[in-house]
Ligand binder design. Sequence first.
Ligand code: 523
Length: 151
Amino acid sequence: LVHRLLAARAAALTQRATALVAAPVVVATALVRDGRVLAAQRSRPAALAGRWELPGGRVEPGESEADAVVRECREELGTIVRPDGRLGTDLPIEAGVLRVHRATPVPGAPEPRPLEHRDVRWVEPHELADLDWVDADRAVLGDLAAELLSQ
Ligand code: 523
């Protein structure tokens, strides 16, 4: 009996460890230009439509987080960015974990356009709190404001 209990406990721990290791990573981009950050208004799913986020998405297998930031900004905004390190801490979300990366536009890159979003806008630090952000992104607003004001 003891053996069986131990085996069951070990199996449960292994399952939990695997879930932690495999927690999918979603990257979000704090694209900063002239002391402002680009906010994007979600168009889907219905539960999030109309709310604002830092653009991004799931990191694909074998892809670095920085590569995912560049790819998502190309796909969603039609622009080219240079990732510039993390901003804030890991944020737990339903899909796994959200990690915000700072980025700057590559010189001469096209102006970001809402290819998949409802709208995009450049936001000043004092305007950050006025937007209806998705929950996870709201948690990074303090770090974001500090980042914008430090420039
Ligand atoms: N978030 C989130 N904040 C934020 C992003 C980019 C994503 O809370 N700034 C959440 C919303 C979704 C999940 O992360 O629950 C995946 O984001 P999504 O849908 O933008 O990523 P995609 O496009 O890679 O996802 P799929 O279309 O589902 O593949």
